[in-house]
Design a protein around this ligand. Sequence first.
Ligand code: FES
Ligand SMILES: [Fe+2]
Length: 410
Amino acid sequence: MSVVWQNNALQLDSRRVIDRKIYVENRIYDAEISRIFARTWQWVGHDTELPDFGDYLTATVAGRAVVIARGENDAIAAFYNTCTHRGAILAPHRRGKSDGGFTCLYHAWCFDTTGKLTAVPLPQAYPENLTRNACYDIPKVRCEQFNGHIFVCLDAEAPPLMEFLGPVAPHIAEATGDGVALGRVRWTLEGNWKLWHENFRDNYHPMFAHQILGQNYTGVKIEGENYDLGAGHSLLTFPSQGNPKQIMQTMSRMSGRKLPERPNILGRRTTDEPQRTRHNILACFPNLDLQYTSNTAASMVLQTVQPAGVDKAYVEIVAFGRKSDTPEMRQHRLDTALDAQTAAGKISGDDNEAARRCAVGFSTIDAVRWSNMDRGQEPGSVGAKNDEYSLRGFYDVYKDYMADALAEVA
Ligand code: FES
Ligand SMILES: [Fe+2]
């Protein structure tokens, strides 16, 4: 194990403290990009976001621009978003519609939906037929799907997607079995990407950091579990507690407007098993999280966090609905996601500010080097929902990927 985790003045178990250098060192950040983001499967979209031939999404994966497009026979392919002529990106929007191919803005070279060069204007001046030379086709990126979710991976040697997802695959299927992506919102986080991902593995903070939830916990016994599922993935699961109506009333008061009546979600249970709705927070290594409820048709949100430097990241939230939703229900889901889960949302706004405060606090690293992740002392991989098994499980795998890159900056 790296000495970065061993030399701590508090003499705490090295599994249970975090060296704050991982949030501030540029060399560690560079190693995260090359060793984690360029080697793992990255969520880039959902099948329902590109329903027709020629539809596309763009993404940034380990700093590289990538296009994901639907082509003939419904096939979805991914390739680098760069023209092989002089480099301009071909797909300019986060989500767009091509006419069945991509024509470069600059000199109008044409590519199909898999990145193959199909035509070059004024070709006579070239010494060869460029479209016959595969070196002008855009290199492909590995692209696999599970349950409608589209992932890409830059590493030819990485295991297949299903092997990578391993224990989280059934939970993803439960979360979005008949899901439809309704819309996305994205913002800049003033802090390291790991702070955001940690936050979703941390159920110690909600009753304190989120004013809107705190009241709901008053006098309530904490229930629920925190599972380290292995491979860096985890699940926090807990029954619905307190009074949801009270939360809606608080949200209305904090919004200064009356929120629409909540559609009859609990009347739409998909099984008759539970008496209480369960809330689930699924965290997938390294940067994907899903929040959903079991056994009801209630809302589901998915989020990714993309690194953009040691002290900057992009958070993107995707609101999901169900294929069977009425238009009113879809609108309700979008309203709820926007109201609670965006940069200024009544829940994520607090998380945003917590991450920003940590990032500013790390300026004192010369005096205070270590962060504590020590909650939950029972051996094994499961504890109470507000324990930190999930966080420690993430960092066990993080350390494996980073290996000697951590020792170099100790
Ligand atoms: S850069 Fe694309 S055609 Fe020239
Ligand atoms: Fe939170």
